[in-house]
Design a protein around this ligand. Structure first.
Ligand SMILES: *Cc1c(COP(=O)(O)O)cnc(C)c1O
Length: 406
């Protein structure tokens, strides 16, 4: 039995992994040791994939899952299998973690960044269509893929985004690294695009200590992913290679943790939503604070992280010395002040993802911008979420925020 209170002592962290109370993870890992299946491609890997497939297919999809070493690896393979090659362009949501876009660079392709819409915080469909047409006008070539992110577990505006992907016949990759358990229009995030991606990193909805999965729509695509994830070894008794592959397969030990985590996934999702519900009702009553909520009934977020926007007019109890260089794009001072005040109470909060077009390493790539993600980055704060945060913790956090705001 593993208890996150042991790690917590007195701090409340943003999002910690929590193992099941039943100890299922340790049983499956022990099984791997007892049967000497420490290598990849053991029975835990297949069983973990089956568990995810069954869990996804409750929502009436018919999907195939390949367990991999990380979510980043899954995005890399999704792009490879979408045919992305050196010199191609790939459209990616700008408001995301760098791992959404890094694989574009791994393949020698060029990211084309697209800003967000105000409601979902995810890719703006109008701007996406404009970007596609403009790329065709400027380069004479269609972008090879579109990477849409369900940031913080809030589903993107998938109805329109899928329509555009169909209209231009460009494969859509859903980065659902943060969105396991979220739904749009009764469909699971990760199952609506050409490919979907989950992450099982330590701070995501479930963990394998590090890992990811690629979701594909046919058994052929699953087999292709397996092939590339195991060094592209051809089917001969000796090692024979006709193309370049990767060492991206999940290990049988990690998959044992994953199998145990699948027994608590629904509980985890329910708890993230319970916390969000509490934060929503608390911040409704506070001027200048806006809880990031589902923009409509079709959206069923998992609230991986609950997030708020802090209006620039909100004053905090004490000012801070901002140590950033003057020309650096950073969160507003009242956001940083609140973060520091909460940190002094051992409450970990974090600014929102800094949009990729504002990252020096991505700043030279084309960006289709509307100012939305910049504004969100300046005003936003992520609050402690997940199974290690108790309802009492959430009450304490809200109380402290109330105290710190004038
Ligand atoms: C975590 C994350 C990834 C990468 O997943 P890893 O398993 O850490 O490689 C990709 N995209 C987003 C939006 C993420 O949050």
């Amino acid at each position: 039995m593993v208890d996150c209170d042991k790690m917590k002592t007195k701090s409340i962290y943003l999002c910690l992994a929590q193992m099941s109370q039943s100890g299922a993870e340790q049983r499956y890992v022990k099984e791997a040791f007892d049967t000497n299946w420490i290598t990849p491609l053991g029975p835990n890997v297949t069983a973990f994939e089956n568990d995810i497939e069954q869990w996804l297919n409750r929502a009436d999809s018919s999907k195939y899952v390949t367990a991999l070493s990380s979510g980043t690896a899954a995005i890399h393979l999704a792009l490879l299998m979408s045919g992305v090659q050196q010199g191609d362009e790939v459209i990616c949501q700008s408001f995301t973690f760098c791992a959404s876009a890094n694989p574009i660079i791994y393949l020698g392709a060029t990211p084309v960044l697209v800003d967000s819409e105000k409601d979902s915080w995810n890719m703006d469909p109008d701007l996406l269509e404009h970007a596609i047409q403009d790329r065709i006008d400027k380069t004479g070539k269609k972008p090879k893929a579109i990477i849409v992110v369900h940031l913080y577990g809030m589903p993107a505006n998938m109805g329109r985004l899928i329509e555009i992907s169909h209209k231009y016949e460009i494969p859509l990759v859903e980065d659902a690294a943060e969105a396991m358990g979220a739904c749009f229009d009764n469909r699971c995030c990760g199952t609506m695009g050409t490919f979907g991606v989950f992450s099982f990193n330590g701070n995501k909805m479930i963990t394998t200590s590090g890992g990811g999965a690629l979701i594909s729509s046919s058994v052929e695509d699953k087999n292709k992913a397996l092939f590339y994830a195991t060094q592209a070894r051809e089917n001969y008794p000796f090692y024979h290679h006709e193309c370049i592959g990767y060492n991206y397969r999940m290990s049988n030990v990690s998959a044992g943790i994953g199998r145990g985590q699948m027994t608590v996934l629904d509980e985890h999702v329910a708890h993230h939503r319970r916390l969000a519900h509490y934060y929503r009702s608390a911040f409704e009553k506070m001027d200048g604070l806006l809880f990031h909520d589902a923009p409509g009934t079709m959206y069923e977020p998992n609230f991986w992280l609950s997030t708020i926007l802090i209006h620039p007019s909100v004053k905090t109890k004490n000012k801070i010395d901002n140590s950033y260089p003057a020309d650096m794009v950073a969160p507003n001072e009242n956001v940083e002040a609140l973060r520091q005040l909460l940190q002094m109470e051992n409450i970990e909060t974090r600014p929102l993802w800094k949009p990729l077009h504002l990252q020096p390493v991505f700043s030279s790539f084309p960006i289709y911008e509307n100012g939305v993600s910049l504004n969100l980055f300046r005003q936003g704060l992520c609050l402690p979420s997940g199974p290690c945060v108790t309802m009492e913790d959430a009450q304490f956090i809200v109380k402290k925020i109330q105290d710190f705001i004038l």
